[in-house]
Design a binder for this molecule. Structure first.
Ligand code: ATR
Length: 284
């Protein structure tokens, strides 16, 4: 009796995080769905770490077809799924889960391809032979190290508040290129070509203390965090006269397009969404 109605029921997607209220993913996926005529809804789910496993499985049992996973759950998500794509297995971190009808939960990680897409195609940065500094060694950093090292960087330094995690990460990726892990205090010049902030310090309004000399007039500083106005990291970089600062809007939109591709089989055009976000940011 209710079949015609059922046929029009939108497929359910969403993002799980804690906190998650700051997320722009519903806006982005809403625009993608409209542009590609896909019948879907995309919601936010604030789930604390202790409930992550139970509540996420409950969402899939209730009919959700796909989820984005954001902090602090990316590593827990890698343990939750039945199968990992090679890039998610390498990262041991998942930002996208797809639920297939044969009851497989597939975990993928689209952060790295989102970041390199934004750096290379949107910002026109050539990564080959560059000295790159990554701040942070959590789930966000894990997701992007593989795709960065595939660019044949001259060297990649991972610096973290807790040095053990940076050294462990560097050891895990040593087969892919020149990579070292250290504390912030151990960093020294000459200035890096590119500094990427993958810490969650910006979310707390903080910038870890850095030794002088890591930023020069040719350094590009990229904050994976996104928000209105400056972040503590982009402000720090600007004060040190970095060549350019950028926030993670482009990475956010490009990783979302890759998630959408996994779920729906279509990669939506990202330029209209980037333009809409830029216009919104200017209005505030
Ligand atoms: P995510 O998935 O976003 O990476 P995470 O796994 O909780 O989240 O990792 C957060 C990262 O930000 C870690 O590298 C963390 O440093 P520690 O490993 O020492 O915890 C870093 N971080 C968070 N707050 C920070 C702060 N105030 N100063 C410096 N680093 C910070």
């Amino acid at each position: 009796m209710n079949l015609p109605h059922e046929a029009g029921t939108p497929d359910q997607y969403g993002v799980v995080g804690h906190p998650v209220a700051h997320s722009w993913s519903p806006f982005i996926h809403g625009m993608f769905a409209k542009a590609t005529a896909q019948n879907l809804v995309y919601r936010m789910f604030d789930i604390p770490p202790d409930d992550f496993r139970r509540e996420t499985l409950r969402l899939f049992a209730s009919g959700v077809r796909g989820l984005n996973i954001t902090l602090p759950h990316k590593q827990a998500a890698a343990e939750l799924v039945n199968e990992l794509t090679p890039r998610a297995a390498r990262a041991q971190a998942v930002n996208t889960i797809a639920f297939f009808e044969d009851t497989t939960l597939l975990g993928d990680n689209t952060d790295g391809v989102g970041l390199t897409y934004d750096l290379e195609r949107n910002l026109h940065i050539d990564l080959a032979d560059k000295r790159v500094l990554m701040l942070g060694a959590g789930g966000a950093a894990r997701g992007v190290l593989g795709p960065l090292l595939e660019r044949e960087l001259r060297e990649l330094t991972v610096a973290n508040r807790t040095p053990f995690k940076a050294r462990k990460l560097a050891a895990e990726y040593a087969d892919m290129g020149q990579i070292v892990g250290c504390t912030f205090a151990e960093l020294q010049g000459p200035p890096y070509d590119l500094i990427i902030n993958a810490t969650s310090a910006s979310l707390q309004g903080e910038m870890p203390e850095m030794p002088p000399g890591v930023v020069g007039e040719e350094t590009i500083c990229y904050d994976m965090a996104y928000g209105r106005g400056h972040t503590p990291f982009t402000l720090w970089a600007q004060q040190l006269h970095a060549r350019r600062t950028s926030k993670g809007w482009g990475m956010l939109v490009e990783q979302a397009a890759e998630s959408f591709l996994l779920w729906r089989g279509i990669r939506p055009s990202t330029q209209p969404v980037l333009a809409a976000l830029a216009a919104l940011a200017q209005q505030t």
